[in-house]
Design a protein around this ligand. Structure first.
Ligand SMILES: Nc1ncnc2c1ncn2[C@@H]1O[C@H](COP(=O)(O)OP(=O)(O)OP(=O)(O)O)[C@@H](O)[C@H]1O
Length: 629
């Protein structure tokens, strides 16, 4: 209730507010977007020829200074069309897309357009103002002074009616506020063309009106705003400048909202007075698919606009002007690699420090696990009758680092990928500095808590008071942690949380089995198994921990009443466990090699996941290769 009052109050304030131009923001050229004979096909084994056309030769023109709504029944192809127009999907697309009558140059277009996807995820532990500041730093670069960046943020906050929640953490924003924040984040660099996929989904009618009013305001500053919308409320339908209706991949109407009813009338379909035109056309094409062909041919599949008024605020200029814009000209990103790295690292560390529950959970997990493990193996360190127990203790320490650091990114990273997708596609930063910042940001907590755990288990279990031995024991533990985290990121980059939570443990189980395979069988391990074992980084961890604890040890203490202490000399155990003559430093180096491999693999997987063009291209090539075979 209070939330809806809040929305209402903000909306009233917004209506009273004079329309502000984003005066401090770099001026951009107006953009007209035109597409002709757009066909998009996807692989479908059930379809004729093995391909299914999702868009069937559609045409259209969206103007600057106009708010265009793409309407249609569910599954009509609205998101598909928006993905293609925004440049998010390119492979499998035929036809032409023009910007101000010139063929679209995707690289330049990506720099000047913004795509707000349906998932309106935001950085949870930043206030609205902080989130905007990060966006401004990344998107405006050092060309714009710090004072002007603050000015831009204030203007955007006012424009989008976010004043009252400007100091609220993003995770506590209402659905409508979150959507406005996502729009605000993309507005800071004043993109001349903005795509929004279902910006009104999940909002009540009042919030939808507020959202559409906002889009109108943005549009009237000369931008081209194109959004998909499921079924606009009757009161809002007329507020769009242009509606573009698609059904089953065909365009069945393109033009001003007021002309939809006469168009349907002329095509032989009378809109009953009890219906809104949008509801009627959607129901018509849904209930009677034959109408699609007739309507589509009457509108020439989008070629014949039915527009009564054309009210551009600014005449679109030649697209070559856009290249003269200093922020676009030959600049890949407005900020350098290291600027991006430091801004992103700062954002990650700030959010981590605010995630108190996560910090407490991690702290107590390490503390309690250390006390438990230390307690189980209390005082075994120099006891010759407990050499096997010390060996099991090494396995436990290895397993602790493996599970702790693999499973956390497997479960958490997929959420981060959703956030990353929008920012990366809208060219806030490149993936390399992001990935480096991600790696560096996780290190302090990992190293600190890892050392705490290792100290507890080392000393409670009475391992030798030798600085060098303790150092190598810690080095091995932290290396296994870094390596496991890399594996976790690799899995988290490739799979959703659901799939990752299955893939993670199913990857770890064989790795663990291979790590301990053959222990107690001396040299009787088959060559194939030896080769497989060499693929398990945990095996190197196992050997490394045993080496750190057992190598160059004085004979262990044997109880006076003990007649024979078989493993008094730990090297005998190492021989029995198939770990004789191993080099500790070699184990450490191999683990670090695995860590590097997993990190690079995770980076490539992430790039593949984020770049739909790259993934589609690979799928296309793979399909062609297999088809030939
Ligand atoms: N990559 C793909 N492979 C196969 N089919 C796809 C692919 N992408 C989309 N489709 C199919 O294309 C059709 C159009 O999908 P799209 O998401 O564009 O619909 P939409 O109009 O946005 O629907 P909604 O309003 O429900 O979001 C759907 O039937 C969908 O299943």
């Amino acid at each position: 209730m209070s939330d809806s009052n809040d929305i209402r109050a903000q909306a009233d304030a917004l209506c009273d507010m004079p329309l502000k131009k984003l005066n401090r923001i770099i001026k951009r050229q107006p953009i007209d977007l035109e597409f002709q004979d757009l066909v998009y096909s996807v692989r479908d084994n059930n379809a004729k020829g093995g391909w299914r056309q999702l868009l069937k030769g559609i045409n259209g023109k969206f103007h600057s200074g106009e708010l265009t709504a793409i309407l249609g029944p569910s599954g009509a192809g609205k998101t598909t069309l928006l993905n293609i127009l925004a440049g998010y999907v390119n492979v499998g697309v035929k036809g032409s897309i023009k910007i101000n009558s010139k063929a679209r140059n995707l690289k330049t277009f990506n720099k000047i357009s913004s795509y707000i996807m349906q998932e309106d995820v935001v950085q949870p532990r930043l206030t609205v103002r902080e989130a905007l500041l990060v966006a401004a730093k990344l998107k405006l670069g050092s060309v714009v002074s710090a004072a002007d960046k603050i000015g831009v943020i204030d203007e955007v906050i006012n424009l989008l009616g976010l004043q009252k929640c400007s100091d609220t953490m993003s995770e506590y924003l209402s659905g409508g506020q979150r959507k406005r924040l996502v729009v605000a984040l993309e507005l800071v660099n004043n993109p001349p063309i903005i795509f929004l996929d279902e910006p009104t989904s999940g909002l009540d009618n009042y919030a939808i009106k507020q959202c559409v009013d906002l889009l109108q305001k943005i549009t009237k500053m000369g931008r081209t705003v194109i959004c998909t919308i499921h079924q606009p409320p009757a009161s809002l339908f007329q507020t769009f400048d242009q509606v573009y209706v698609i059904a089953s991949g065909f365009c069945v109407y393109s033009g001003s909202p007021s002309n939809l009813v006469p168009f349907l009338d002329n095509s032989g379909y009378k809109c009953p007075p009890t219906y809104t035109p949008a509801d009627y056309v959607i129901e018509l094409v849904h209930s009677n698919p034959q109408t699609i062909t007739g309507l589509s041919s009457n509108i020439q599949n989008g070629r014949g606009d039915v527009i009564t008024k054309q009210k551009y605020l600014a005449e679109p200029e030649d697209f070559t002007e856009v290249y003269k814009d200093t922020t676009v000209q030959n600049v890949v990103f407005p900020t350098t690699f290291w600027q991006q790295f430091s801004i992103l690292l700062g954002r990650m560390l700030l959010q981590m420090s605010r995630n108190k529950s996560m910090l407490y959970i991690q702290f107590f997990h390490h503390l309690l696990s250390g006390l438990l493990l230390g307690g189980i193996y209390f005082g075994v360190g120099n006891d010759a009758s407990q050499t096997i127990a010390i060996f099991k203790y090494c396995i436990c320490v290895n397993v602790f680092f493996m599970y702790t650091h693999v499973m956390a990114p497997v479960l958490l990273f997929p959420l981060e990928v959703k956030l990353l997708r929008r920012e990366y596609f809208n060219r806030w930063y490149s993936l390399k500095p992001y990935y480096l910042a991600l790696t560096v940001a996780s290190l302090p907590i990992m190293l600190l808590l890892g050392c705490m755990f290792l100290t507890i288990v080392y000393f409670i279990s009475y391992q030798p008071f030798e600085g060098v031995r303790f150092f190598w024991f810690c080095a091995m533990g932290l290396s296994v942690a870094v390596c496991s985290q890399g594996l976790g990121y690799a899995i988290g980059s490739m799979f959703s949380i659901t799939n990752g939570s299955i893939v993670g443990p199913s990857t770890l189980a064989p790795l663990l089995a291979l790590a301990v395979y053959g222990m107690g069988y001396k040299s009787s391990i088959e060559p194939l198994m030896k080769a497989l074992m060499s693929l398990s980084y945990l095996r190197y961890g196992m050997v490394g921990f045993c080496e750190a604890i057992f190598r160059d040890r004085e004979p262990l203490d044997c109880a006076e009443d003990e007649v024979y202490c078989h493993y008094r000399i730990p090297e005998i155990l190492m021989v029995d466990m198939g770990m004789a003559n191993q080099n500790f430093h070699a184990q450490l180096l191999v683990i670090l090699g695995f860590a590097l491999f997993f990190r690079v693999f995770a980076y490539v997987a992430l790039k593949y996941r984020l770049t739909s063009e790259l993934s589609s291209k690979i799928m296309h090539v793979a399909y062609k290769v297999f088809r030939k075979e």
